[in-house]
Design a protein around this ligand. Structure first.
Ligand SMILES: Cc1cc2nc3c(=O)[nH]c(=O)nc-3n(C[C@H](O)[C@H](O)[C@H](O)COP(=O)(O)OP(=O)(O)OC[C@H]3O[C@@H](n4cnc5c(N)ncnc54)[C@H](O)[C@@H]3O)c2cc1C
Length: 367
């Protein structure tokens, strides 16, 4: 198949689309394809695109859309490559990958507490850039730094600050999107319905998101984190039951998640279940202590369990919980796009429940 790309404008030779096109015969094709396959389940898949385009500017996205239509190719848009089903790069028909890895500029406007972030940027890059400009601004999105803002914001996006601030999509105040006809639209020109749809309905159904304008949120200069483990022998069952009853009534600055896993028991040759209570509180230790004593004293939180840090420090902490090495790691670790790739071989779903989940069901989830 011969694929011909139309160049809409020629701003500068380095931005020529020729530098952004990888056909199967290109020696970099496999590495460009693999670098954003974030789930090992899909590393050796047979579904390969005819061509990968890594746009250097918006005109390359427009050209790819028009060209793909002419040649009967489907398009898959990839930002961070974290889709649990590999939907940004796995297809059963001939297709093109529009990989936005080169479109990841971030402009922070501290005075107005806003930012423009291009779709190919990761959450880690966004958090890091915010922290470089301000110690008291943050953004309420997910906890895994290499996740792309292109897929994440268009699907909602929740994280450690969701109880106070809701979803990432709730804080999108403008967007640039290229539609099926190659038109570049913003909030005003796309209209209310489309602007509503791309903030939760998934961007790929509607076009290619180029960039988001977001409203940043205030964060205190000191936040507190903890990661406390309790096994069945240490009352994990009772604490989980209580946590389910009080989690939504606690001060909205406290977020506590619970991960359950199987571990070796202190009794030789036996296994037990361990629950990890992982938390971020938007405030200092002295304020957190009475709040925890009032609402979840069963956890028996000790002063030594808690660490005060900055908001960006809490993001690194969440990273440690995911498998990073130390809470004191340099913040630059957030810029690593492939850090956890070798570990992710997972399928996950999220759900909302109105009634507590029976604790046996929670325990049955332990791997
Ligand atoms: C390890 C891991 C941790 C996660 N943690 C969280 C979390 O803490 N909170 C949370 O809410 N979610 C979390 N998720 C889910 C994650 O937010 C979604 O999978 C999200 O869609 C990934 O976005 P992406 O850009 O990285 O993925 P991609 O695979 O690039 O894209 C995902 C989907 O969005 C489409 N898309 C991507 N970019 C664009 C664009 N620019 N324009 C139009 N469509 C686009 C793709 O075509 C695909 O359908 C996590 C997922 C993983 C694998």
């Amino acid at each position: 198949m011969v694929v011909i790309f139309i160049q809409f404008n020629y701003p500068h030779i380095t931005n020529s689309i020729v530098n952004a096109v990888y056909t199967r015969t290109n020696s970099s094709f496999s590495s460009v394809l693999d670098v954003s396959i974030q789930n090992r389940r899909f590393l050796n898949i047979s579904s390969k695109p005819q061509v990968i385009v890594t746009p250097l500017d918006v005109s390359h996205i427009q050209a790819t859309i028009i060209c793909a239509q002419r040649h009967g190719l489907q398009i898959r848009t990839r930002s961070g490559g974290h889709d649990y089903e590999g939907l940004s790069y796995v297809v059963g028909v001939p297709f093109v990958i529009l990989d936005l890895i080169n479109l990841r500029g971030i402009e922070i406007d501290v005075e107005n507490s806003t930012a423009w972030v291009e779709a190919g940027a990761t959450l880690g890059e966004l958090y890091y850039r915010i922290s470089q400009k301000s110690k008291t601004l943050g953004f309420p999105a997910g906890e895994c730094p290499p996740v792309g803002v292109g897929g994440h914001f268009s699907g909602g996006g929740y994280g450690y600050m969701m109880r106070k601030y809701g979803l990432a999509a709730d804080h999108v105040i403008d967007a640039k999107i290229v539609d099926v006809n190659g038109n570049l639209l913003d909030k005003e020109t796309m209209g209310e319905d489309l602007f509503w749809a791309i903030r939760g309905g998934g961007g790929a159904s509607f076009g290619v998101i180029v960039a988001w304008k977001i409203k940043l949120v205030p964060v205190p200069s000191t936040v507190t984190v903890f990661n406390v483990s309790r096994t069945l022998e240490e009352n994990a069952t009772e604490i989980i039951q209580k946590w389910q009853r009080v989690a939504n009534k606690m001060d909205e600055r406290i977020f506590i998640r619970v991960d359950v896993k199987k571990v070796n028991s202190s009794e030789h040759g036996k296994q037990t279940i361990q629950a990890n209570f992982v938390s971020m509180f938007q405030g200092g230790v002295e304020e957190l202590i009475p709040l925890m004593q009032k609402t979840l004293p069963e956890l028996g939180l000790d002063r030594k369990d808690r660490t005060e840090t900055s908001w960006i420090g809490s993001v690194v902490f969440a990273n440690v919980v995911l498998g990073g090495s130390s809470v004191n790691e340099a913040h630059e670790v957030l810029l690593n796009r492939t850090r956890f790739r070798e570990r992710i071989i997972a399928k996950a779903i999220s759900d909302y429940v109105m009634k507590p989940i029976p604790v046996e069901r929670v325990m049955a989830l332990a791997l």
